[in-house]
Design a protein around this ligand. Sequence first.
Ligand SMILES: CC(=O)N[C@H]1[C@@H](OP(=O)(O)O)O[C@H](CO)[C@@H](O)[C@@H]1O
Ligand SMILES: [Mg+2]
Length: 535
Amino acid sequence: IELVSQKSKLHPKPEGLTLQYGTAGFRTHAKHLDHIMFRMGLLATLRSKKTKSTIGVMVTASHNPEEDNGVKLIDPMGEMVTAAWEGYATQLANAEQDSLLKELKDIIKKEDIDMSEPASVYVGKDTRPSSASLSQAVLDGVSSLGGKTHDYGLVTTPQLHYMVCCCNTHGCYGSPTVEGYYQKLSQAFLQLTQNALNRTDDQKRLLVDGANGIGALKMREMEPFLRSELQVVLSNDGSSGKLNHMCGADYVKVQQKAPQGMNMGVGERCCSFDGDADRIVYYYTDSKGCFHLLDGDKIATLISTYLKELLTQAGLNLQIAVVQTAYANGSSTRYLEDVMKVTVCCTKTGVKHLHHAAQEYDIGVYFEANGHGTVSSLLNNAILQRQSPGKRAVKLLESTINLINQTVGDAISDMLMIEAVLAIRGMSAQDWDAIYTDLPNRQLKVTVCADRRVIDTTDAERRAVSPEGLQDTIDTLVKKYKSARSFVRPSGTEDVVRVYAEADTQESADSLAHEVSLAVYRLAGGIGDEPKPLH
Ligand SMILES: CC(=O)N[C@H]1[C@@H](OP(=O)(O)O)O[C@H](CO)[C@@H](O)[C@@H]1O
Ligand SMILES: [Mg+2]
């Protein structure tokens, strides 16, 4: 603890700066983060001692601009750190310099941590210029409490989650190296694609937008493992463009258009990763030049349909569910419930909420509409071996489970899974898109002068309970349109209130979104000019 006192002086906290451990960790301009990193190194060490396991610390700000950075903590099974420790993270991050030791001791006491336990922390970083020195600050924090570190250097966020899980399950999940990750995933992918006969080179071709980030580097490293069964044409590989600038999954989803720097042929399958490769969206343009987005909802539908069929064929009576948020397109929910007869459950925004809900089912497929998600499954080789092991469906299930990164959403793993499913079913991007038609939708933001949490919600954020009158107004507005739905909620990552609307036509969706924005502006105290109509 004495060493902490000395070392922390090298990572001083700017006075008055307060930050919150948000939906996905701390995130802000990189210049404010050195002390946060050091302190998260300390906290990860305590968490490691407490859980007697290896803990992960990932330095990244995902889809945010290159100048920003951030940090996420990873729990023993590769999951995001639990809520109580998010609270400690905020407490430690905001302690003024002279009360840091006191706060540290407070956590040690509250959690009854045995400081003589050894500690082990895995550290990874993305490609931002600031990531090198910031991850060094994490390493300093760990070593000042006597913890052991393993610096994985440049890795994707889901790769680090995978390493942590491998380490704590003593190799059951795979071997904790980047090479082990490539081997596990590629082997499963190659086994699956063996079931897809006569694929042409065109069918094996996939255009990948690497968002000028870590995902591009790792895709390039992985390529040889895929033995040309997937022929990746990589753009935005980081060699010239700026991270996330006019490219990446978030850009494509929000702008509903193709990234810059991608040479798309008609009908060609394309996908975009985000800045730390834990999100993916697919898209293509049709012969009329129209852009078609295949988002998280389409991915969840494709994967759950495939898994459900395999379970039936394998004679396994397991419960499969799809977990979504309020942002899921209404058409996807209706298709899953009414046509596929799959249980659909809705949680609050933020992938940790989806992950926990998914674990309530034998198999839980969870995706946010923006493409962040994966599958959590109780299926393991032991269960499968009890079925007729030679059966094709059982073998496919086995490989599929190995291909999934069950710890967290993973662009590379999700991409390979989607490619395998499309190959096995002989589907093109257009066939996939045709499963159901998205309802036109619109997302808007309103800035309010008070704390945005004046908007309080219930029912997985689908209904507003305050301010008074807002929900009644929304209900009245929604009734004016066909197939319409709308909700508002305070963002967990930006200082805005988000408005979502969908309806039978784009004009209706836009008009409803605008009317609801006006209601928020008037009833929750909007700042600046009244929201203007979109047309
Ligand atoms: C509508 C939307 O896309 N919201 C995003 C965004 O959260 P907000 O709480 O809406 O700001 O960032 C989260 C973290 O990356 C992500 O999990 C979530 O899906
Ligand atoms: Mg991300």
